[in-house]
Write a protein that binds this ligand. Structure first.
Ligand SMILES: [Zn+2]
Length: 276
């Protein structure tokens, strides 16, 4: 068993006792000793700490990070709000969430970002970050939103929850250039500011897509076109891009192809390709 050495003469603030510790390469039955907010030891039979948690029969993992949640506050908190959403996150072992900007109003200015931060911080049970939105006419707000604490930008390329039509290519390029400039200003201190894109193929009507009609209304072609277009615009603007909501094999294949050509693109999604 590999574990850090520990000095038993020093007591721990917290000992998590008897659980199965999940490490990157295996499972270890061990105690965890925490001192000054950090894991100080992993091993068998650690001395008791000021606080002891019995984890017998439980898995012990680092806090998980969910980089894509929609807690719907403000404006749609009949569905969920930051209190209920972050409570569920904590119950599931998720200790950090990043919340999407298509609330009502959408988070498209620094002032709205500050208002949302103040609103949700009161009810957040886990650490969190907020996305800003890249819209048709808010390129001037990108840098101020980054300064106000936005941890990324989301661009909606198709109709989704809220009334947020996709910007035209000129507006997308202007917004991504502003994101690249804001990221360059933050590099080193707080890391690069990535831009994020939601690829959501266009539909004939407004409102959320109906799953039964999705294959007809959202054929693979529009996802492939959207991925190709946004990656082209992001490369021209000098920023990385992450594709959310990939929903087709053809879209994934296009992401892989573009990566193989050297484009800075990543992707993820889930099967329905939509979001409540
Ligand atoms: Zn989403």
């Amino acid at each position: 068993m590999t574990h850090s050495t520990h000095d038993e003469s020093e007591s721990f603030d917290l000992v998590v006792r008897g659980g199965v510790v999940v490490t990157p390469d295996r499972l270890i039955r061990a105690d965890i000793g925490v001192r000054d907010g950090r894991v100080a030891a992993v091993g068998d039979g650690l001395p008791a700490g000021r606080q002891v948690v019995d984890a017998d029969g439980l898995l012990v993992l680092p806090g998980l990070v969910d980089g894509h949640v929609h807690f719907r506050e403000p404006g749609m908190d009949r569905k969920e709000d930051f209190g209920t959403g972050s409570s569920a996150a904590a119950a599931g072992g998720v200790t950090t969430v990043f919340d999407m900007p298509n609330t009502i109003p959408p988070v498209a200015t620094a002032e709205l970002l500050r208002q949302k931060l103040a609103l949700v911080a009161r009810n957040a049970h886990v650490d969190f970050g907020l996305y800003g939105m890249l819209g048709q006419s808010n390129a001037d707000e990108i840098s101020p939103m980054a300064e106000a604490g936005a941890m990324g930008l989301k661009l909606f390329m198709g109709q989704t929850t809220g009334d947020n039509p996709c910007p035209d290519d000129g507006a997308i390029h202007a917004g991504l250039r502003a994101a690249a400039a804001a990221g360059a200003g933050r590099r080193g201190a707080r890391g690069e500011q990535p831009a994020a894109a939601a690829v959501r193929p266009r539909t004939a009507g407004r409102g959320a897509p109906r799953p039964a009609r999705a294959p007809r209304e959202r054929p693979d072609l529009v996802e492939v076109e959207a991925v190709t277009r946004i990656v082209t615009l992001a490369a021209a603007a000098g920023t990385r891009i992450h594709i959310h909501h990939l929903s087709s094999g053809a879209g994934l294949a296009r992401v892989r192809l573009l990566r193989s050509l050297g484009y800075q693109v990543s992707g993820g999604g889930f099967s329905s390709g939509t979001c409540r």
